[in-house]
Ligand binder design. Structure first.
Ligand SMILES: Cc1ncc(COP(=O)(O)O)c(C=O)c1O
Length: 380
């Protein structure tokens, strides 16, 4: 049997160059990774300091955290979740592995949007599952539609939904989400909903798939809205009949998330004011980026409804997004992610900007990029 192919993340290679340039004294603006440049909320950090001195930190799961997360679904989405349905994980990434391994046997076909988060495709491959990529363009705002799922023949075994999505930040409208749920219920398609960017929306908050499908598997994390990517804490909500299977997998594959992260995470869940400040920064950054699009000569963009990304077509400038992003970095110090990370077919003419940096950095990045893009437009 052939070993599953897993592709590297090209943005990591570009980021490595960025760090080398910074070591040489160059000014670099990091817009390549999807991570907040802010630290965890102040009260969560204070709690972590306390825990370090007070606890031995063994293998442990916080019932209080599971209960608080269950309450969040009631408060934010009006759905009842029992605390035992919440499996605490070391971020969204292992939550995916748990969900996929609970739901599917090797060879199962799982649909997902293309473009999409690179790890979906690679995690599916690593688990010997078959990604069924649905090409999504600007007309459907780069999101899976109910019609596309209904048209798949044969029906896939599962589908991964992401709203807001990476790399585009687009949200599936509420009626479309309901329609997707209906198609999945009718056709027996199991749903994994990645809700990691919930909390980060610029208009209406995104709905949870749990509002439509009680047997959906929901992935979430402290890495984005809560500004705690390196703390490695997330969760998976599973339907009651999958609790034992999910817990067994968590225990065997990953044991428990770090105690310090669980204690701090519980506090972070109530730091709304500070976190709302980050969201407002992203909203300002988003506005600046959208305003700069004409000056950058970029018109093929679906304005993001959430997250902190802008995904733009640069087909008039290049057909090699990796070389383009590398040249942009070397010439201007602005580090971005090439579309090939998110879309192996069309991504060679797309770029992703992450605007989870400070507003001053966004302004500076735009000032550096505008003349560079103008020169590229002349030579392309
Ligand atoms: C859509 C999406 N899902 C999951 C992850 C993984 O997050 P975590 O740090 O919680 O493992 C990321 C990280 O960038 C992401 O963008």
């Amino acid at each position: 049997m052939n070993i599953a192919p897993v592709q590297p993340f090209q943005a990591i290679a570009i980021s490595r160059i960025a760090h080398e340039l910074a070591e040489q004294g160059r000014s670099v603006i990091h817009m390549e990774f999807g991570q907040p440049s802010t630290s965890a909320p102040a009260a969560a950090i204070a709690e972590a300091h306390r825990v370090l001195d007070a606890e031995a930190m063994g293998y442990w799961e916080s019932n209080a955290l599971k209960e608080r997360i269950a309450r969040y679904y009631h408060d934010a989405h009006g759905v009842a979740v029992d605390r035992e349905q919440v499996i605490l994980t070391c971020g969204a990434s292992p939550a995916f592995v748990l969900a996929l391994s609970c739901l599917f046997a090797p060879g199962a076909r799982v649909a997902l949007a293309r473009p999409g988060y690179v790890a979906y495709r690679n995690t599916l491959s690593a688990l010997y599952l078959e990604p069924v990529e649905l090409p999504c363009g600007p007309a459907e705002r780069y999101q899976i539609t109910a019609a596309a799922l209904a048209a798949l023949d044969p029906a896939p075994d599962g589908v991964i939904i992401a709203s807001p999505a990476n790399p585009t930040g687009t949200i599936i409208p509420p009626d479309e989400l309901a329609a997707i749920a209906k198609v999945c219920r009718t056709r027996g398609i199991r749903v994994i909903s990645d809700e990691i960017y919930h909390g980060l929306s610029f208009g209406e908050p995104a709905a949870s798939m749990l509002e439509h499908l009680p047997d959906a598997f929901i992935v979430n994390s402290f890495s984005k809205y809560f500004s705690m990517p390196g703390w490695r804490l997330g969760w998976l909500v599973v339907p009651p009949d999958a609790v034992d299977a999910a817990r067994a997998r968590m225990g065997n594959l990953f044991l428990t998330p770090p105690v310090i992260a669980q204690r701090a995470g519980l506090v972070a869940l109530d730091c709304r004011e500070e976190l709302e400040g980050h969201r407002q920064t992203y909203a300002r950054n988003r506005a600046l980026m959208l305003e700069a699009l004409p000056a950058l000569g970029l018109s093929e963009v679906a304005p993001p409804d959430g997250a902190f990304y802008l995904y733009a077509d640069i087909g008039h400038l290049t057909d090699d997004s990796l070389a383009f992003c590398t040249a942009l970095l070397r010439d201007t110090g602005v580090c971005t992610a090439p579309g090939v990370d998110f879309d192996p077919v069309e991504g060679h003419h797309f770029i992703r900007f992450s605007f989870a940096v400070s507003t001053a950095e966004v302004r500076e990045a735009i000032a550096r990029m505008v003349p560079w893009f103008a020169r590229r437009a002349v030579t392309a």
